[in-house]
Design a protein around this ligand. Structure first.
Ligand SMILES: [Zn+2]
Ligand SMILES: [Zn+2]
Length: 375
């Protein structure tokens, strides 16, 4: 394969400013590689990320594409060849700390932006660090030696594959952590990408799923019903407690998954809705450091409180298998496709600005339908 000497990339130069630049493609080290990006998904963290005071960088952390160059050590270590189609996790963990050694590499300090000031992480690390091309909003991306990748089916759509990480989060939070199973009732606050991923996983596991959104979430709530939810409710309009009581003979929900706020608007309600020994899964993090929480009632109910971040390797594998199986009508989530010059609009749209309600936007660095595989 001929590798060009430059790539077009959407560079976030300062908070809220994204410009398309022609960047040099770096030399490929013997333990690294190069990915031709097919699709790069946008999630809620990009809305916050775009506003951050960080060095210039190429964002884009939900990436799928084809390997076009490999160093010899990488070829042997990864078992890949040029032309292989892979999906990349955002984490660039160190590979040897206790989190990495226990497969919980998402918590590795090296890749954790809440701990490290200079995290190694696709979509976050700056242009001035190492090979520079650390994000998927670019025709080509560098593959670091510690890349965490997954094989993906050839016939799966690149646009749908770009949903794998948010769906994996939903699987881990609303199925594994919530304990979804036949006969269980799982309430999910927040019908965003991850909440909807949770709807798919928990409903496939046999649970009844109640999704709660805001008045502006109507399109997302409709999507939740298409994806398997039992009820979709609007906070402040519908009587959530009455619906949960109706589904549980008044005993309360088996799990509440907060993908919405993690604050005083959601957590006291979650504690109220839960049954004794229920699972409170807190996946949303409030920007407030301290919040009032009804701990006495939570203890009285003997609740299990679990904080969640990101996804395990196995959860991503599940999401890829789901996408490859075509069992879920994922087209209700993939409404917006953007080119490199439309990255800022697509991120703003994901945050709720703009005329079209966005559930999941995806950037196709070569434009829709061209060399972008099978979008
Ligand atoms: Zn994300
Ligand atoms: Zn580590």
């Amino acid at each position: 394969m001929t590798i060009p000497s430059t790539t077009r990339a959407a560079v976030t130069t300062s908070p809220g400013v994204v410009e398309v630049q022609e960047l040099p493609i770096p030399s490929i080290d013997t333990d690294g590689g190069l990915l031709e990006v097919e699709a790069a998904g946008i999630c809620g963290s990009d809305v916050k990320g775009l506003k951050k005071e960080l060095p210039a960088r190429v964002m884009g952390h939900e990436n799928v594409g084809r390997v076009v160059a490999l160093g010899e050590i990488a070829r042997g270590r990864w078992g890949l060849t040029e032309g292989d189609r892979i999906l990349i996790e955002e984490y660039l963990p160190c590979g040897h700390c206790r989190f990495c050694r226990s497969a919980e590499f998402r918590y590795c300090v090296t890749t954790d932006p809440t701990v490290s000031k200079t995290p190694m992480r696709y979509g976050t690390t700056g242009l001035e660090v190492g090979k520079g091309l650390w994000g998927g909003f670019s025709e080509y991306m560098y593959l670091h030696p510690n890349t965490v990748f997954h094989h993906v089916p050839e016939d799966a759509s690149a646009v749908e594959l770009s949903l794998a990480l948010p769906i994996a989060n939903g699987y881990e939070w609303a199925y594994e952590a919530a304990g979804a199973a036949p006969g269980k009732v799982v309430v999910i606050f927040g019908p965003g990408q991850q909440g909807l991923g949770g709807v798919i996983a928990a409903s496939m596991a046999g649970a009844s799923v109640v999704v709660v959104g805001l008045p502006r979430d109507r399109v997302r709530l409709d999507a939740a019903m298409t994806l398997g939810a039992t009820r979709a409710l609007v906070a402040g309009e519908d009587d959530i407690r009455a619906v949960v009581d109706g589904l549980t003979d008044g005993r309360g929900a088996d799990a509440v998954v907060d993908c919405a706020a993690g604050d005083e608007n959601t957590l006291p309600l979650a504690v109220d809705l839960l049954t004794k020994q229920g699972n409170l899964v807190v996946a949303a993090r409030s920007p407030q450091k301290e919040i009032a929480f009804p701990m006495s009632l939570a203890a009285q109910k003997a609740l299990h409180i679990k904080g969640m971040r990101g996804h395990s390797f196995g959860a991503v594998e599940w999401a890829i298998r789901l996408i490859g199986s075509k069992r879920a009508p994922l087209e209700v989530m993939t409404s917006v496709r953007a080119s490199l010059s439309e990255v800022k609009e697509a991120i703003d749209g994901t945050g709720g600005a703009g005329p079209v309600p966005v559930i999941h936007a995806v950037v196709l660095p070569r434009g829709a339908g061209e060399k972008a595989g099978n979008p």
